[in-house]
Ligand binder design. Structure first.
Ligand SMILES: NC(=O)C1=CN([C@@H]2O[C@H](COP(=O)(O)OP(=O)(O)OC[C@H]3O[C@@H](n4cnc5c(N)ncnc54)[C@H](OP(=O)(O)O)[C@@H]3O)[C@@H](O)[C@H]2O)[C@@H](O)CC1
Ligand SMILES: Nc1ncnc2c1ncn2[C@@H]1O[C@H](COP(=O)(O)OP(=O)(O)O)[C@@H](O)[C@H]1O
Length: 488
């Protein structure tokens, strides 16, 4: 599991090491880590010239100490500084850098030339003390960086919101970021994760074992710990029966995709409730599924569901969907089912909208005439996932290139496991069946959602490594993917 922490938590962990903090040892560990990564990258790229951008705080001091180390390793070094008399540590760092042969430059044309000639730039303008927005003094510096220059941000890409939020176009977009102690929200959350590039975490000795994370990402190592694996005393009922209310006369395939995924992912049993055409399809293609109502441990309501029922069969299916939502069982609500959500439920609830569905549902629940758009949700996905979780009291899995899982309380879960090939019709139906199995197996909605997103993404890789996938192949791959992750 990868855990990210808020600035407040990281600062508290630093403060718990007063000797290392005051002696400057933490900073030296940070600088050593940056220099090691930068030197390796320069050798790899055959680069000679490196230029540091040095802001006024400790982030700038880290970066000066790091470039002093790079000078000692024989690279051609320069540092563009805003004010090295800003603090004692900056003055010390600047003196050391100068003594090691780093060319220290104030603002001006010479500085801009050094930046544009550099093959590698170290961005030390601001770190965790940075407020969103690039400091005005650094704008010309960042503008002077050429496209082909490799940018390494020290701790955080300067100007981007450290606690996560909208990525700012004028701020730094790094090729890689070297952070200290643990990732911060900016490194793990969309859309700012993209501004960090490749992330390396340097261990500087912070103890965060008892700290509460702000962001969590489930990794393959977690699968054996979290996946509901049957024991010798289990039977199909004790493993969890999943009820699926999906598909209609228009979206017939959704029923088959969701039930296939549920069966392949290892449900004890799947009960399917639908209208005649998808029912016939499920009977033919998923013989393991049991058609009709019965006792279940959790429900998936909504893939391909038509909520404007036009005949008795569709109305009967909708009655089951509404009864599931009114029950005290865990329910995953997807696609058409989201139109049936009216407010909080008492039982565990997982909503799985994509950005457009999220926008529609928020607009309806807020009851305002101003319509929230898909683009607004895509631009600020975390904000809107939180808004929907707040409006419904449910856990929200917001789909997209990066999957966000937001519960009404607790850390944000963020999964980034899928190839872009997974953006294909029907893959959301597969995710619903898979996550439903985990709900029926007793996982809480946030765990079920993030584990499902991980396995869904991995199964897409496994279905056709490096190439296009169809949703049904992802569903068929689930069993082998789970086995691989359980036994790795
Ligand atoms: N603590 C430790 O032991 C360790 C910490 N470490 C390092 O310390 C870094 C944190 O250092 P930090 O606290 O000095 O803050 P930092 O990120 O340099 O920025 C503060 C300066 O920037 C300015 N400023 C900010 N935003 C601005 C804006 N938008 N526009 C304009 N100005 C802006 C701000 O101005 P002010 O708010 O005072 O007006 C202030 O001058 C951390 O990221 C890591 O690299 C490591 O060595 C490991 C051990
Ligand atoms: N660019 C992308 N990269 C990786 N996965 C993506 C990308 N775009 C969408 N996805 C994933 O594809 C799935 C699409 O779901 P959804 O939009 O509900 O499809 P459908 O309703 O057709 O089944 C989600 O799991 C989503 O997270």
């Amino acid at each position: 599991m990868i855990t990210g922490y808020s600035v407040e938590t990281v600062r508290a962990a630093e403060a718990a090491l007063p000797e290392l903090l005051e002696s400057g040892e933490l900073m030296q560990r940070a600088a050593r880590g940056v220099a090691r990564i930068a030197a390796g990258r320069m050798r790899e790229r055959g680069a000679r010239r490196v230029c540091a951008l040095v802001g006024p705080g400790n982030n700038g001091a880290d970066t000066l100490f790091a470039i002093a180390r790079l000078a000692k390793r024989g690279f051609e070094t320069a540092a563009v500084c805003v004010d090295t008399s800003a603090s004692q540590v900056q003055t010390e760092a600047a003196d050391l850098a100068r003594a090691r042969g780093v060319r220290l430059l104030d603002d001006g044309p010479e500085a801009l030339t050094a930046i544009s000639r550099a093959e590698v730039v170290l961005d030390g303008i601001t770190g965790i003390g940075g407020r969103p927005g690039l400091p005005p003094f650094a704008r010309p510096w960042v503008d002077a960086i050429r496209d082909r220059t490799w940018v390494i941000s020290v701790d955080t890409p300067s100007g981007q919101p450290v606690e996560g939020g909208d990525a700012l176009a004028e701020a730094v977009f790094a090729d890689e970021t070297v952070t200290f102690g643990a990732p911060k929200p900016v490194h793990l959350l969309p859309p700012t994760e993209a501004a960090c590039g490749v992330l390396t975490v340097i261990d500087i000795g912070l103890d965060l074992t008892d700290a509460t994370p702000a962001v969590v990402r489930v990794t393959p190592d977690d699968v054996p710990l979290l996946w509901p694996t049957p024991g010798p005393d289990d039977d199909k009922y004790s493993r969890g029966v999943l009820g699926v209310v999906a598909g209609g006369e228009q979206y017939t395939g959704a029923a088959m995709l969701t039930t296939t995924a549920a069966v392949t992912a290892g449900a004890g049993m799947v009960r399917y409730v639908g209208t005649p055409t998808p029912t016939a399809l499920v009977r033919a293609a998923v013989p393991e599924a049991v058609v009709g109502e019965g006792r279940v441990q959790a429900w998936v309501v909504g893939p391909g569901l038509e909520t404007t029922a036009s005949d008795d069969a569709a109305r009967a299916q909708l009655d089951v969907a509404r009864a599931a939502l009114a029950s005290d069982l865990p329910v995953l609500v997807d696609a058409g089912g989201l139109d049936l959500v009216t407010g909080p439920r008492a039982a565990p609830t997982l909503l799985t909208p994509h950005a457009g569905e999220c926008a529609r549902l928020i607009t309806r629940l807020r009851g305002r005439s101003t319509e929230l758009t898909r683009e607004e949700v895509e631009g600020s996905p975390l904000e809107h996932a939180r808004m929907l979780a707040g409006l419904t009291g449910a856990t929200v899995l917001l789909k997209g290139a990066t999957t966000l899982v937001v519960a009404p309380d607790g850390p944000v879960h963020v999964q980034d496991d899928a190839p872009a090939w997974l953006a294909t019709a029907g893959s959301g139906d597969v995710l619903a069946g898979l996550a439903g199995v985990l709900l029926a197996g007793g996982l809480d909605p946030a765990e079920a959602a993030s584990l499902a997103a991980l396995v869904h993404g991995r199964a897409a890789h496994d279905a056709n490594p490096g190439g296009p996938v169809r949703a049904l192949d992802v569903a068929h791959a689930l069993g082998a993917t789970v086995a691989r992750l359980l036994t790795a």
